[in-house]
Design a protein around this ligand. Sequence first.
Ligand code: PEP
Ligand code: MN
Length: 337
Amino acid sequence: MIVILKENVSKQKVDSLAKSFEQMGLTIHYSEGTHTTIMGLVGDTSQVDMDAVCANDIVAAVKRISEPYKAVNRRFHPQDTHIPVGGHNIGEGNFCVIAGPCSVESEEQIICVAEEIKKSGAQLLRGGAFKPRTSPYSFQGLEANGLRFLLEAKAATGLPIVTEIMSEMHIDLFADVDVIQVGARNMQNFQLLKELGHSKKPVLLKRGLSSTVEEFLMSAEYILAGGNPNVILCERGIRTFETAIRNTPDLTAIALIKHNSHLPVIFDPSHATGVPWLVEPLSRAAIAIGADGVMIEVHNNPACALCDGAQSLNFDQFSSTMASIKKRVAAEGKRMA
Ligand code: PEP
Ligand code: MN
C-alpha cells in the first residue's frame, strides 16, 4: 500500500501516522520527492482501513498495491484447495456437476429428479427449500419440509445435497445438509457469512448480481477469516445493459478468480443465461476456461415448475448435456469428481 502525503506537512504529524502503521506490524519505506513524500507500507496491509488513512489531514491519496483479501489469496496458498463432499473431491482437477430443480416441490418430485440426474452422472443434488423470490406473492419454498424431502432424496440415492440458506437463524436446520448455498442476493449478508465462518460445513457462495470479483472474494474472505476453509465459489452471471438473456455470464471471472484465489470455482449456466439451450455450450466454455464444476437446473416437468421452469432442462436435455460435459472434461485432461 502506498500513502502519498500532502506538501509541507509537519514532521510530527508524519511520525504520528508512521507510528500508527508500525503498531499494525508494518514497516515503512519513505520516498522523498521535491514536493511530496510517499510512504510505502510493507507487510500485511489487509487490516488497514484505507478510508481512515485518507481521512488523515496530511494524506493526499492512498493506493492499494496488493489485494485486500488474504485467506482466499493464492499468493499465500499457491496450491488449489479441494473440498471433500460426500465421497467426492471438489476442485484440484476434479469436475463436479450439481443438478436439480430450482425449488423442492414435493418428496416424490425431488426423489424422481435425484434418481434421473444420478443416472446421467451428476455428483450432487441441488434444490431450494428457502427461496429468495423477487415477489412476496411467488412460491417461497417448502422451507423445513423441503429440507426433509431433500434428505429423503439423499437417503434414496446417496447423492449429497446442496441447498440455499437465507438467514443465520436457520443454521441448525441445515445440520445434515452437505453443502450450504449462499445465494447471489445474500453474497454480502455479512452476518450470515460470519456465522457460516464458525462452522466447518462446505459453503457454495454465489456471486452477487452486481458484485465485482474483488467484492466476491472479500465475501469469501469473511467465511475463511471466521475459520471455515471450505468455500466453493459460483459464478452465476451479472447484471449488465444486455437484456437478451437473464444475466450476462462472466466467464472471464472464472479464470481471474482461479488466478487470484486457491478456492474451487464452479459455474451456473442456468441462472447466468436463463435459456435452456445455452446451458450445454456455456458448460463446455466453462470447462475450457478452468471451472471446477457446473450447477444446472433440471426439472421433471419444466413447463409446470413452481420456480425457474423456463430455464430448466428436462431429463433428456440434461442427459445429453451430461454426455457433452463428460467428453469435454476428458478432452481437458480432467476427471469427473
Ligand atoms: C438458485 O441457485 O436457486 C438461485 C436463487 O440462484 P442465484 O442466487 O444465483 O440467483
Ligand atoms: Mn433458480
